[in-house]
Design a protein around this ligand. Structure first.
Ligand code: ADP
Length: 494
C-alpha cells in the first residue's frame, strides 16, 4: 500500500497539454501563417509541444478584438462589482486546478514542483483575488476649485493594454498584469515568453470557463521581435506593461515613441543584500540562500551582491557554502528537488560564461561553478568570495545561481557601494539594530527593501524599480494607476 507521505515524495507525471493555440476574440485559433514553435522541457532538453507562433498579423487580429470588446462597453462599463465577481471566479478556478497548473508550470519552466505548489500558484490566486476586490473600489475625488463650479475626477480604464511577460514566473506575471488591468476595466492582449507559453494558455481556458466576455482577454504566444514588437507599435494599443530585460525595455521605449504609449517596466537588478555582524546569523544565512538561489537565481530581485561585515565574514561564508552544497538538484517534478534547471540553453550558456569570467577576474569559487548532470540546463549552486565591486559578476545581472560575496567594514561605506549600480530594484539588510536597519532602508536607492527577510511578496505591496530597474510600480493600489486615465469633470453651477 502506498502511504500518503510516500505518495507526496514521488515525482508527479508529465502533464496533459490541453492548449497550444492563440486566444483571439474568445476563440482558439492557429496563427494566420500556420507557423508553430517548440517549447522545451528544460530538465530533459526535449520538446513538450508545438505552439502556434503569432506574428504581427495575429497581434493585429487580437488588438482589434480587444478594441471592439473595450468600445462595446460589455466589460469596461459592466457594473464594477460584477467585473470583480468574474475575477473572483477565475481565482476560484485557478485554485480548483492548482495541481494541474503547478505541474504544467514546472514542466515548461523547470522550477521545482514544491515551489510551483507553495509559492507561484498561491501568489497567483491571491493576486487575482486582491485585484478582484479593487474592481468596485476605484474612485475619484471632488475638488473645491475657485468659482461657482462643481469639479470631480473619474478614474477611467486606459483602454487596450498590451502585456509582455518573461519566463521566470509565467503564471505569476500573468496575474500581476491581468489583475489590475481587469479590475480597472481594460481589455488586453498578452504575449507570453516564447520559452514558457503553456501555463498562460491554460489560464486563458480557465478565463473562458469563468465567463469573461469575448475579446477581453487575448493571448498571442510568439517571439519578441515579431509578436512583441508588433504589440508595442500597434496604434490601437493604449499602454504597454513589460517585464524583462532592460535592453528590451530600451527597444520597447523607442518603438512606443511614435504612438506615445503609456509604459510601465519591471526590469532587472543587481540587488545588494547587506549582512551586519549583529544579525541573527542563521536567519541571515538562510535568507541569503533563499534570496539568491530561489527559482534557480532567475529572479529580477535576486540578492546577488552579498555584502558581509568583515567581522563575521568567515563564519557566514562557511555556513552559507554548507547550505549551497545541500541544495538538491534534479527532476523538477520530484517534490524533493529544491533546484531545477535554468530555463533554456541561452541562459545556461550565459551563466557559465559569467562563472568563467568570475574566475578569470580573480574571484574565488567556493562551491559549484559547473554544469550539473549530463542533460538538462542545470547549473550547480555557485558561491564566489573575494569579489570586488568592479568585477563583471558584481556589476551585471547573471540571472542564475551565482552568488558574489563582498566584505565591508563600515555602514556609510556599504551604503555607497550598494548604490554603485545602474539598477535599483530591491535590497535587504540583516541586523538587530533597528536604527541601522532603517538607515539602510532609507539610503539604498531601490524600490523594495527587506529587513531581516528576503523575497517577501504580497499583492498589496507595490513592487518596482528605481533607476534602470523600471518605471512605475506593480501590485498594490499603485499598480492600478497604470491602467487608468484620470479625467477631470467641471460643471458650472450657475
Ligand atoms: P529574457 O532575455 O529574460 O528572455 P527579454 O526581455 O528578452 O528577457 O524577454 C521578455 C519578454 O519580452 C519576452 O516575452 C520576449 O519575447 C519579449 N521581447 C523580446 N524582445 C522584444 C521586443 N523587441 N519587443 C517586444 N517584446 C520583446
Amino acid at each position: 500500500m502506498v502511504t500518503a507521505s510516500a505518495k507526496a515524495s514521488r515525482s508527479v507525471s508529465a502533464p496533459k497539454i490541453r492548449q497550444t493555440q492563440l486566444l483571439i476574440d474568445g476563440k482558439w485559433v492557429d496563427a494566420k501563417s500556420g507557423r508553430t514553435f517548440e517549447t522545451l522541457n528544460p530538465a530533459t532538453e526535449t520538446k513538450i509541444a508545438d505552439v502556434a507562433e503569432g506574428d504581427a498579423v495575429d497581434i493585429d487580429r487580437a488588438v482589434k478584438a480587444a478594441r471592439k470588446a473595450f468600445e462595446s462597453g460589455d466589460w469596461s462599463k459592466m457594473d464594477a462589482r460584477d467585473r470583480g465577481k468574474l475575477m473572483f471566479r477565475l481565482a476560484d478556478l485557478v485554485e480548483q486546478n492548482l495541481e494541474e497548473l503547478a505541474i504544467l508550470e514546472s514542466h515548461d519552466n523547470g522550477k521545482p514542483i514544491r515551489d510551483s505548489r507553495a509559492a507561484d500558484l498561491p501568489l497567483v490566486i491571491d493576486c487575482l483575488r486582491y485585484y478582484a476586490g479593487w474592481a468596485d473600489k476605484l474612485k475619484g475625488d471632488t475638488i473645491p476649485i475657485r468659482g461657482d463650479h462643481f469639479c470631480y475626477t473619474r478614474r477611467e480604464p486606459i483602454g487596450v493594454a498590451g502585456q509582455i511577460i518573461p519566463w521566470n514566473f509565467p503564471l505569476l506575471m500573468v496575474a500581476w498584469k491581468w489583475g489590475p488591468a481587469l479590475a480597472a476595466g481594460c481589455t488586453l492582449v498578452l504575449k507570453p515568453a516564447e520559452q514558457t507559453p503553456l501555463s498562460c494558455l491554460r489560464l486563458g481556458e480557465l478565463a473562458i470557463e469563468a465567463g469573461f466576455p469575448k475579446g477581453v482577454i487575448n493571448i498571442v504566444p510568439g517571439y519578441g521581435p515579431t509578436a512583441g514588437a508588433a504589440l508595442v507599435k500597434h496604434p490601437d494599443v493604449d499602454k504597454i506593461a513589460f517585464t524583462g530585460e532592460h535592453r528590451t525595455a530600451q527597444i520597447i521605449m523607442a518603438d512606443a515613441a511614435p504612438t506615445l504609449k503609456r509604459l510601465t517596466f519591471e526590469l532587472g537588478g543587481k540587488s545588494p543584500n547587506i549582512i551586519f555582524a549583529d544579525c541573527d546569523l542563521d536567519a541571515a544565512v538562510a535568507g541569503t540562500e533563499f534570496g539568491l538561489f530561489f527559482n534557480q537565481g532567475q529572479c529580477c530581485c535576486a540578492g546577488s551582491r552579498v555584502f558581509v561585515e568583515e567581522k563575521i565574514h568567515d563564519a557566514f561564508v562557511e555556513k552559507l557554502v554548507k547550505r549551497a552544497k545541500s541544495r538538491k538538484l534534479g527532476d523538477p517534478l520530484d517534490p524533493n528537488t529544491t533546484q531545477g534547471p535554468q530555463v533554456d540553453q541561452a541562459q545556461f550558456d550565459k551563466i557559465l560564461e559569467y562563472i568563467e569570467k568570475g574566475g578569470d577576474e580573480g574571484a574565488k569559487c567556493l562551491t559549484g561553478g559547473k554544469r550539473w548532470g549530463k542533460k538538462g540546463f542545470f547549473v550547480e549552486p555557485t558561491v564566489f568570495s573575494e569579489v570586488t565591486d568592479e568585477m563583471a559578476i558584481a556589476r551585471e545581472e547573471i540571472f542564475g545561481p551565482v552568488m558574489s560575496i563582498l566584505p565591508f567594514k563600515k555602514l556609510d561605506e556599504v551604503i555607497e557601494r550598494a548604490n554603485r549600480t545602474t539598477f535599483g530594484l530591491a535590497a535587504a539588510v540583516w541586523t538587530r539594530d533597528v536604527g541601522k536597519a532603517h538607515k539602510i532602508a532609507h539610503s539604498v536607492r531601490a524600490g523594495t527593501v527587506w529587513i531581516n527577510c528576503y523575497d517577501v511578496f504580497d499583492a498589496a505591496a507595490p513592487f518596482g524599480g528605481f533607476k534602470m530597474s523600471g518605471i512605475g510600480r506593480e501590485l498594490g493600489e499603485a499598480g492600478l494607476a497604470n491602467y487608468t486615465e484620470l479625467k477631470t469633470v467641471t460643471m458650472s453651477l450657475q
